[in-house]
Design a protein around this ligand. Structure first.
Ligand SMILES: NC(=O)c1ccc[n+]([C@@H]2O[C@H](COP(=O)([O-])OP(=O)(O)OC[C@H]3O[C@@H](n4cnc5c(N)ncnc54)[C@H](O)[C@@H]3O)[C@@H](O)[C@H]2O)c1
Length: 287
């Protein structure tokens, strides 16, 4: 098992028996009948940024092994190093720079995961960019193309590889990073279109592969005070205030609050949850 295990609650003298369920390795302790999760192999794309890094920290804290993937090679390596220091284990985080929009590079990433670990238990497909925030007529064609390539093609490229590897290794759990704009309308044409596409892909994969041990869900964050959202929040002013007011919680969310949802959707506790677009939005979509 890569990087040891985080087997907790082990009773003295009880020999664990390995099991594989919900795409994760479990250790079953016959004496107590308890099954606890072992170190999983987790891929996070866009892991060198706000929500991605916060999620990587949670998985590493839980004893998992994290593949830190990002377009920014230096930031990815820095993030992986910080994770290794955090868990004091030089095996439980490694970086691979990958442009998710580059199909060949995504293939290389997954081949590296297969060679190193032989399997993938969880994938948080989080890499994404803004779409300029403009309505259709003001949308620059180059920004439209870039937004589709990274957000939608990038998610598709990673999903295809992740489903293949998970099917070959007993199943797994995928979480896509969508948005409130994957479920609700938004004036930002390019971003809204790509996030609705990710919502559709999430459901399509749930329908097609749940019978083969793959769950696919999405988190739909509202305004988060990290990464892309931090720029809006920290700019302040009337625009930021108006956006925050659309969240009944009266505040932006945090990267940790999104990470909490991702971690749960990857855990055996959500074993019958698939195709779900989980709002992490302080009530934005409940209005
Ligand atoms: N922050 C928010 O308010 C918010 C709200 C809803 C959804 N989201 C979504 O959360 C995800 C993460 O964004 P964030 O807010 O943490 O911003 P961020 O900019 O900090 O993180 C995005 C990461 O993706 C990487 N990236 C960009 N293009 C890439 C590519 N082509 N290939 C690989 N990696 C690439 C960036 O280098 C960066 O590290 C995005 O999908 C975003 O749409 C964010």
């Amino acid at each position: 098992m890569a990087g040891g295990s985080n087997v907790s609650g082990q009773q003295a003298g009880a020999e664990p028996r390995a099991l594989r369920r919900h795409g994760a390795d479990l250790a079953l302790f016959p004496a107590s009948g308890r099954a606890v999760i072992m170190s999983r192999i987790v891929l996070i794309t866009g892991a060198a940024g706000g929500i991605g890094t916060a999620t990587a920290e949670q998985f590493v804290d839980a004893g998992d092994t994290v593949v830190v993937s990002d377009l920014d090679a230096i930031a990815a390596e820095r993030t992986a190093e910080a994770l290794r220091v955090r868990c004091q284990d030089d095996q439980r985080a490694w970086a691979q720079a990958t442009d998710v929009a580059d199909r060949a590079a995504v293939g290389t990433l997954f081949e590296a995961i297969r060679k190193r670990h032989g399997r993938l238990d969880c994938a948080f497909l989080n890499a994404g960019i803004g779409g300029g925030g403009t309505p259709l007529l003001e949308t620059d064609d180059a920004i439209w193309d870039a937004c589709l390539r990274v957000n939608l093609d990038g998610t598709y490229n990673c999903l295809k590889q992740a489903v293949r590897l998970m099917l070959a290794s007993g199943g797994g759990a995928i979480v896509n990073n969508c948005s409130i704009l994957g479920v609700n309308g938004g004036a930002s044409a390019a971003y809204t279109a790509t996030k609705h596409g990710i919502a559709g892909l999430t459901k399509s994969i749930a329908v097609a592969y749940s019978g083969q041990g793959i769950r696919c869900n999405a988190v739909c964050p509202g305004l988060i005070d990290a990464g892309l959202g931090a720029r809006t929040v920290q700019a302040g002013g009337a625009k930021a205030e108006a956006f925050i007011k659309l969240h009944p919680a009266g505040r932006p969310g945090t990267a940790v609050e999104v990470a909490n949802a991702v971690r749960w959707l990857c855990s055996p506790e959500s074993s019958f949850v698939t195709g779900e677009l989980m709002m992490v939005d302080g009530g934005y979509s409940a209005r």
